[in-house]
Design a protein around this ligand. Sequence first.
Ligand code: NAD
Length: 284
Amino acid sequence: MSEILWGAPVAQAIRESLTERVASLQSAGCTPCLALLRCGEDPGALFYERSATKACDKVGIRLKSIRLPWTTGTAELLRELERVNNDPDVHGILVLRPLPRRIDTERVFGALRPEKDVDGITVPSLARTFVGRGTGFAPCTAEACLAMLDHYGIRLEGANVAIIGRSLIVGRPLSMLLSARDATVTLCHSKTRALPAICRGADILVSTAGRAALVDERFVHSGQIILDVGVNESFDGKICGDVAFDAVSPLVRGISPVPGGVGTVTTMLLARHVVEAAEAQAQL
Ligand code: NAD
């Protein structure tokens, strides 16, 4: 029988580690604050905003919500961003995606101050993740995968890890974080040949493709750890991951569910980044 790798205990441990740090900041007259910028009412953006809000509330982080219409243009969004960039009471900024098509995303992300980039989307943050030094934070989801593996005592040194998906917010930064921990990583994508065989050969499989039921019995073996990062809508309208959970879970050593897995940890790490940003900006 496989172990279900729930995200809640991992998030709880991170939350507990933050209590004292937030108290120290508050006694120094600084309440950590996250600004959330959202254009329109996209369900994915709303879902992430709700989860981030819940995590921040639990830790004692103040939220500043900036809601703009879907018709917002680049100049207007840049103006709002500039305001929170320069606001000394705002320590972290989260620009919720998707952004309207007309927005020049690169310009917007490029304008975000790296020390407030708590979701790790700017080039300096990615450079820090890849090089190991500099300003910024690792993308929360990539870091959440590592936090899950560490919490459940999964050995990374020498482990073969297959990652499905090479986006800049999950797959690629995760490959760097794992490589820095002495894992051997195979980064797969939509053009990868013999994907099931590559995945089956791994000790740890992380799926971040965003394709419901992509990972089935052909991709796995007993003794394997599976992290499911995908968030999809199944044919019956329910949230599901990339893994065909019912078919795969009896066949492996451990598997994270969707919902209730990596996503729960992602938003608590976002909260930790806000606390770290506040500490750095308050020079504590
Ligand atoms: P993306 O579309 O930018 O990247 C998807 C990647 O998967 C690409 O590299 C693509 O080549 C690969 N891919 C797609 N279909 C494939 C297939 N059939 N075979 C092999 N590779 C395939 O997506 P993203 O922004 O990285 O997000 C990926 C998924 O992770 C989405 O479902 C998203 O909702 C979810 N997500 C979850 C969290 C979380 O905290 N749990 C956070 C961010 C994203």
